[in-house]
Design a protein around this ligand. Structure first.
Ligand code: ZN
Length: 133
């Protein structure tokens, strides 16, 4: 199955953007009923994660706390001035794998897939690879 490239436009400096529907659409387009979906973020200041999609305060609390754990200014030496974004991206990670059954992502009821921006706003993209059983 061909790798799909999805465009993401972020509009915050730190932002969690729910991409569950876009990834599910890629699964549907693939026609795969059972397999594995890999989502990969090809950036060094963004990430992808899975977390609660019901209460928007989870996203708010997540971004608030991660910005406390890794403050934007902390005597970093990286010339671009965005070391905090690089650190947070590696902490959260650049890929997720989700099982597919009956043509649907096998996410829990409260789970959503989030593209996580740490140095936005920017025009980003991510790759989706779907492998059939
Ligand atoms: Zn940098």
């Amino acid at each position: 199955m061909k790798t799909e490239k999805l465009d993401i436009i972020t509009d915050g400096h730190t932002q969690m953007k729910n991409i569950t529907d876009a990834v599910q659409d890629a699964v549907t387009r693939s026609g795969v009923r059972s397999g594995i979906c890999t989502v990969f973020v090809p950036h060094t200041t963004a990430a992808v994660t899975i977390n609660e999609n019901a209460d928007p305060d989870v996203v708010r609390d997540f971004t608030m706390e991660i910005n406390k754990i890794v403050p934007w200014e902390d005597g970093y030496r990286h010339f671009e001035g965005n070391s905090a974004a690089h650190l947070k991206s590696s902490m959260i990670g650049f890929s997720e794998q989700i099982l597919i059954e009956d043509g649907k992502l096998l996410l829990g009821v409260w789970q959503g897939i989030y593209f996580v921006e740490f140095d936005g706003p920017r025009h980003r993209h991510l790759y989706v690879k779907i492998m059939e059983d």
